[in-house]
Design a binder for this molecule. Structure first.
Ligand code: CA
Ligand code: CA
Length: 201
């Protein structure tokens, strides 16, 4: 993508990103305007501050964690920069599942599209896994719960909620929730709906 000051998206970029994420060309176009409007100084990438200008994230109690996930996802993410491809790749996790192409719904198809149930679960898992060791500890769960509920619930109550949640999900009793345990615990919840945020509205 380079550093050209006249920012324009090449047709081959659109095609590549579309194939990877399932977004249509016109959606990618709109996301690109969104990206460039967030990139106020036309740096060609977004910083953490740029993300905080997204209203959906600013009002979401998990906004901070979602922003963190964008940077985790960024492949060249050694620095705090998210380029357009990274941006779309992460947004693809929030693409409502009912908009998937028919071919993705055929048995065996669509398993690896970014908005498949597994991908969404993994994305959600990483929001709780603050230190990125692929395990959710009681402290991590507690920290995320505190962010979500604000000060409406006492710390003692939160601790007991966190303990109960861990013990319910922790099938191998090591005191931590692994991704497999997380998936089992959420087996019956409607992750698809909860993880569908309308970025394109
Ligand atoms: Ca962890
Ligand atoms: Ca465990």
């Amino acid at each position: 993508m380079g550093n050209q000051s006249s920012v324009s998206l090449q047709p081959e970029d659109i095609e590549k990103i579309g194939n990877e994420t399932g977004f249509t060309a016109s959606q990618i176009d709109r996301l690109y305007s969104r990206f460039t409007s967030l990139d106020k100084e036309q740096k060609g990438y977004l910083s953490r501050e740029d993300f905080l200008r997204i209203p959906e994230l600013a009002i979401n109690p998990l906004g901070d964690r979602i922003v963190h996930a964008f940077f985790y996802e960024s492949l060249e993410g050694t620095e705090d920069k998210v380029n357009f491809t990274d941006f779309v790749r992460v947004l693809a996790h929030f693409r409502p599942i009912e908009k998937q192409k028919k071919s993705d719904l055929v048995e065996g198809g669509g398993q690896n599209t970014p908005n498949s149930r597994m991908e969404k679960l993994h994305f959600a898992f990483r929001m709780y896994d603050l230190d990125g060791d692929e395990m959710i500890s009681q402290n991590e769960l507690l920290a995320v719960l505190s962010m979500m509920v604000g000060s409406n619930i006492s710390q003692d109550q939160l601790v007991s909620i966190a303990q109960r949640t861990i013990s319910e999900a922790d099938t191998d009793k090591d005191g931590l929730i692994s991704f497999e345990e997380f998936v089992q615990a959420l087996e019956k919840t409607d992750v698809e709906q909860k993880m569908s945020i309308r970025f394109l509205s």
